[in-house]
Design a protein around this ligand. Sequence first.
Ligand SMILES: Cc1ncc(C[n+]2csc(CCOP(=O)(O)OP(=O)(O)O)c2C)c(N)n1
Length: 193
Amino acid sequence: MNIVEATRAVVEVFAEAVIVSSLGTATSATRLVTDDGPHFYFGAAMGSAMAAALGLAEAVPDRQVVALLGDGDCLMGASTLWSVSACRPANLVVVVLADGAYSITGGQPVPPALRLAEVADALDGLAGAVVDSVEALRATLKSIEQPGVVEVRITERIWPGPSPFVDPAEVVRGVRRNLGVPALPPSGLDAGL
Ligand SMILES: Cc1ncc(C[n+]2csc(CCOP(=O)(O)OP(=O)(O)O)c2C)c(N)n1
């Protein structure tokens, strides 16, 4: 399975979800699969996407939120798992695209034994699963208790296409539109400051 196939499965199972995609190929794949949908793309802030997804899930409990993370990003922000366990939002799935590499910076290896599902299972109120096929991913997304963590074994590394570098002001506008909340007044962000 490659990350585009995995992302497509996530988007199809959770068609109404707000996706928070971490920097790198997770953002490129989400842009590709959703045709630049109004999701929460991270452009450079590594290790922050799971925490942002947790905050979003708490803020909009009637919406499904998916954190779609690279394994490098997930490791950098892994302490958020303990916060997810403490807060237990029933509308959050964390999907980790475990390709074993920091792909966007040149493919340096991520520490091999992630064991994220085992970590999740060890924490109160958090479910963990490991999948290695698109079919298993779909079935797991439909059945996992939330909050849950799905470690997706990516065996084929590909470059999804769209740039992972996003315009933060445009991302904010898209997410607010997606959530049905009014746009913010113009700010320095819009001016690229
Ligand atoms: C705090 C911080 N450290 C390092 C970087 C540089 N950096 C950007 S993307 C990346 C790798 C991300 O790896 P992963 O989340 O697995 O995504 P992939 O590159 O595989 O798509 C690194 C190290 C950064 N942006 N921020």
